[in-house]
Design a protein around this ligand. Structure first.
Ligand code: ZN
Length: 279
């Protein structure tokens, strides 16, 4: 299963595969027992491919739960190496991994968790045609990056290829998350959320608290909360479970532990999804 997550394709692909093995029935038993998943849903997950950009505070819980759930292939993208200052929140990585690529550190962690999952790594910042190829091959994309340039480019690729994008961001003790269903005509996209920033060149953009946490600081588990929301939503998209995070921005305030909704509307003038781009 690959491409744009067409429901009929998913069902057809599930019907064509072999039955779950005894080991798979045992490993995934606590989720197979859920009526929303069952053996057919587990088969879907095993045949799915998820692209995860960023293996930091968000990507750590995202990839850990997706590997645990038995997503068939995880494509991991991150250009950085593990630093000691990452470790309070980036729970994929260990002190012994300092200095090695985050992609390889993640591979070690995730293969130890679930050897059944195929791990593909890109130790670079994917862009241009390489990014488009990776998005095209994915059923769902999870954004765990930490800068507007990467987020806007990833969003444009997902809109162009109509691939669902699971968004999350965190700073301080606050987080936000949303699901951009680019495969649906009525779904807003990431650029609809930040219209004032989307059309501007990187150098001209005003700074935002939501750009990254390296300068602002972040409480480790808050990244975990938002990353777990992203992992949950990614699994729901793969399983065909409806979500009300489409067209909504979830705001998490961990200081008060209050969750709020912010309604998002698709913008007719959006630079990414508002008009045919033709290119
Ligand atoms: Zn848009």
């Amino acid at each position: 299963m690959a491409g744009n997550g067409d429901e009929d394709d998913l069902v057809g692909a599930s019907a064509a595969v072999a039955a779950l093995t005894d080991q798979q029935l045992l490993r995934y038993s606590r989720q197979i027992i859920l009526p929303d998943i069952d053996e057919a849903g587990q088969q879907r997950l095993l045949q799915s491919r998820v692209l995860v950009l960023g293996l930091g505070g968000l990507g750590s819980p995202v990839t850990t739960y997706l590997a645990g759930a038995g997503v068939g292939q995880l494509v991991l993208v991150d250009p950085d190496t593990v630093e000691v200052s990452n470790l309070h929140r980036q729970i994929l990585h260990r002190t012994t991994s300092i200095g090695i690529a985050k992609t390889e550190s993640a591979r070690t962690s995730l293969e130890a968790l679930n050897p059944e999952v195929e791990i593909v790594t890109h130790t670079c910042r994917l862009s241009g045609d390489e990014l488009l190829d990776a998005v095209r091959a994915a059923d769902v994309v999870v954004d765990g990056t930490d800068n507007f340039e990467s987020r806007f480019e990833l969003n444009r690729a997902c809109v162009a290829l109509r691939t669902p994008l699971i968004y999350g961001a965190v700073v301080g003790m606050e987080g936000q998350a949303s699901v951009f269903r680019a495969d649906r005509d009525d779904s807003p996209c990431y650029a609809c959320l930040y219209p004032d920033l989307a059309g501007q060149p990187e150098a001209g953009r005003p700074s935002s608290n939501w750009e990254n946490c390296s300068g602002q600081g972040v409480l480790g588990p808050v990244a975990g909360i938002v990353g777990c929301i992203q992992a949950t939503e990614a699994l729901k998209v793969l399983l065909g479970i409806e979500t009300n995070l489409v067209g909504r921005l979830l705001l998490v305030d961990a200081r008060t532990m209050e969750f709020h909704w912010f309604q998002l509307k698709k913008s007719p003038s959006c630079e990414a999804c508002g008009a045919p781009t033709g290119s």
